[in-house]
Design a binder for this molecule. Structure first.
Ligand SMILES: Nc1ncnc2c1ncn2[C@@H]1O[C@H](COP(=O)(O)OP(=O)(O)OP(=O)(O)O)[C@@H](O)[C@H]1O
Length: 262
């Protein structure tokens, strides 16, 4: 018998009006592995993550976390399952009105975590300093405002906030977008370290093929609402699939047609 995947998705469908964005997505993410999803702009990668996070209600299908269908359990149980997911947002999504330390402390004191396990504000600030070290930043950065940081530092802080609650599942939305190639590689290295250290299961969405291969164990390509290819992330550049080949090599000619309206 094969082990139960940490995340199992079957027949997931989602439309907005007449536009079908997800058209029967099937996906298994094994415990402790990292899965990368690639696909063109507007192909539905973010919608897929948002469905798993419970931020968008799909029209059909199932999403199981640890074998429990989150779409068919009471709200409180669903919240508990979703609370084990830490997320690094594309733009960092840091609160500019709070210091860096308080942004990370927010992750530690997040609503829905066991009340007894929630540190006080002061304790959370000290812990935030420790977490900053794990992403290669000096604890003194905690006193700064996010607006005082470079893009690379903001990503590190976003990562620090995502891992603050020691999540069992981590989502990364375009983790290297807007970074130079060296900083992108540094962030990818930190992501891999954090996922390993926490023993987490991860899903990343990205357009960056170098990043996809660094972060991912497995990979899939989303096109026309379906995962049209799945394989090892190391095979992305020579998958033998004409759609994946066109996408990963950035060719204008091929089976994929630009959809300016869908
Ligand atoms: N709340 C919403 N209401 C209506 N349409 C939406 C909503 N959210 C997403 N969409 C549409 O769903 C499609 C997929 O969007 P999504 O953000 O998932 O794409 P993506 O693959 O993440 O793109 P990118 O790589 O550019 O971030 C788009 O056409 C978008 O306009």
């Amino acid at each position: 018998m094969t082990a139960q995947p940490k995340i199992r998705i079957r027949g997931l469908k989602k439309s907005f009006g007449s536009k079908r964005v997800l058209d029967g997505v099937d996906l298994d993410v094994e415990l402790g592995t990292s899965f990368v999803i690639i696909g063109g702009s507007g192909s539905g990668k973010s919608v897929l993550l948002r469905c798993i996070l419970g931020l968008i209600e799909p029209d059909e299908g199932s999403i199981e976390i640890d074998g429990v269908d989150v779409l068919r359990v009471p709200g409180a149980q669903r919240e508990q399952l979703v609370q084990q997911i830490g997320m690094l947002f594309q733009n960092g999504a840091l609160f500019d009105s709070m210091s860096v330390a308080d942004n990370i402390a927010f992750g530690l004191r997040a609503k829905g975590r066991e009340k007894t396990a929630r540190p006080t504000k002061a304790q959370a600030r000290v812990q935030a300093g420790e977490i900053l070290k794990q992403v290669g930043l000096d604890p003194s950065v905690g006193a700064l405002s996010p607006s005082e940081l470079s893009g690379g530092m903001q990503k590190r802080v976003g990562l620090a906030r995502a891992i603050a609650g020691t999540p069992k599942v981590l989502f990364f939305d375009e983790p290297t977008t807007g970074l130079d190639p060296i900083m992108g590689a540094v962030i990818d290295g930190l992501i891999v370290d954090c996922v390993k250290r926490l023993g987490s299961t991860a899903i990343a969405i990205t357009h960056d093929m170098a990043s996809a291969q660094r972060i991912g164990d497995k990979a899939a390509m989303l096109y026309h609402g379906k995962l049209v290819w799945q394989g090892l992330a190391s095979e992305l550049m020579n998958s033998g699939n004409p759609m994946v080949d066109q996408f990963t090599h950035g060719r204008r000619e091929g089976p994929i047609t630009m959809e300016l309206r869908r």
